[in-house]
Design a binder for this molecule. Sequence first.
Ligand SMILES: Cc1ncc(COP(=O)(O)O)c(C=O)c1O
Length: 362
Amino acid sequence: MTIPLTDVKAQYAPLLADVRAAMDGVLERGQFILGPEVRAFEEEAARFLEASHAVGVANGTDALVLVLDALGIGPGDEVICPSFTFYATAESIARRGATPVFADIDPGTLNLDPADVAERVTPRTKAILAVHLYGRPAPLDELPDGIPVVEDAAQAFGARLGGKRVGAIGVVGTFSFYPTKNLFGLGDGGLVVSNDPELADRIRLLRFHGSRDKERFDAVGYNSRLDELQAAVLRVFLGHVDEWNEARRSAAARYAELGLGELCELPPDEPGHVYHVYCVRTRERDRVAAALRGQDIGCATYYSTPLHLQPAMSSLAGGSLPETERAAQETLALPLWPAITSAQQEEVVECVRSALALRAAS
Ligand SMILES: Cc1ncc(COP(=O)(O)O)c(C=O)c1O
């Protein structure tokens, strides 16, 4: 592809020597599960995220399931979440036998609309699962009081809301280290963060079969551990994530400077946004996407079918979510990664411009 949607290799290429050294260290030690690298990464990530506790797990989906389990959420309970998000958000709720209750989004930010969330609260509501979509902090301080907030921060490592890192602003938060994320591993990985020691301890227990010592089993748990190789690599990348996020923010600003805002609606900037995905809006979304693909330029629709319209969720009551459904028709992710060049961004903007000029002429 001439210009990919994202370029992970370009991100780690300058760090290859450090990555190889970190992996060699693990190979020499010969301990691959729950060893010193995981412990060190948990401490360093907790410090970075300004949280008291961090627990490494196998991936961001498991992180959510473990959290809901630790909060005692199960059959008969409702959890309010967005429908405009990756499937794992609602899947984790359903996996626990609880009911995802979908709330609509604010069309400006594409994050949960707090007023719509408030209307969906019932006596069965046990938590609100707020997603920091595309790296933009969700409006946690505007959500209804008195209901535990779980942050799905899979797309927002390093983002800030009102000066605080997202993740441990709510009761508990989860991250994914899938290889395109702002902080990524070379495979799957995930993290749970919290300021609640008991909750963190419960997650630690659950991630290893409900046992602390492999002899006594106190709970029916999971096998969901971050491994030593991933932790060693994540420790290398953690030292660069702020600089990468700044570079993402600069690239987002550059799209505006290049005049993209005359062609489509740009994501409104805010200081804590870390642009995991750079997503624009236009009614001509499909035309623009076809033009980009025609020029071998990466783009994607996150998410063209919202979760309340997915076959697996169709049995849930709830009705339509007008802003979610409109966003699903109009949003398009454009190429963005920390090292994207001005020339590459100019090419993207020119391609969007000519797609829309052709439309105007026809
Ligand atoms: C919002 C959101 N939640 C959860 C996940 C699940 O993370 P993982 O792929 O590590 O299981 C993702 C990952 O893509 C995500 O974007």
